[in-house]
Design a protein. Structure first.
Length: 177
């Protein structure tokens, strides 16, 4: 029995060591990793910039028959709310808001697509810089909001991919089949 206990403890120690191959991360490290995973680094799911890469304005404006949102509307919505929160984080007054969330989808047009993609990428870069450079007190105060931003971006990226698949234009070599 003693031998079994010793072997078990040795195996448990090996397993625990194998699970801790990375040093524990800081709050900043976790938030940056999650943020980059929703923006440009593919890990558990396809990030937003990879999802919209190569999409044309016409494809971005297409809507499914059920009147769901288009890719462009979803990308604009992600940009709008990420920009609004980044402005608050940086102490700037956000753009005026009507109070109607539908306005954050319907402001998109096919001709706007290249601008929307550039704005989305720029606001995401802005967030990366903000997370990297914020002091620890501010980062802790904003951690829940940042987590919600990451979740919100990932959620709508999933919708973007669904619309791409409905159109038959999703390249499964980019990730999800």
């Amino acid at each position: 029995m003693k031998k079994i206990c010793v072997i078990y403890l040795m195996l448990a120690g090996l397993t625990a060591g194998a699970q801790q191959t990375k040093a524990p991360q800081t709050l900043r490290g976790v938030l940056l990793e999650q943020f980059r995973d929703t923006w440009v680094d593919q890990d558990w799911f396809v990030p937003v910039m990879k999802a919209v890469d190569g999409v044309t304005g016409k494809q971005a404006a297409w809507k499914p028959a059920d009147s769901a949102h288009s890719i462009g509307e979803l990308a604009y919505h992600i940009w709008y709310w990420n920009k609004e929160q980044l402005d608050k984080f940086n102490g700037r007054k956000p753009a005026a808001f009507s109070g109607d969330n539908n306005d954050t989808f319907t402001a998109f047009t096919e001709d706007d697509w290249p601008k929307v993609v550039a704005q989305l990428n720029d606001v995401m870069k802005g967030w990366e810089t903000a997370i990297r450079t914020a002091d620890d007190v501010k980062l802790r105060a904003w951690a829940s909001v940042l987590d919600h931003i990451n979740t919100h971006t990932a959620y709508h990226t999933g919708q973007i991919m669904y619309v791409l698949k409905l159109q038959g234009i999703w390249d499964s070599n980019k990730g999800v089949k």
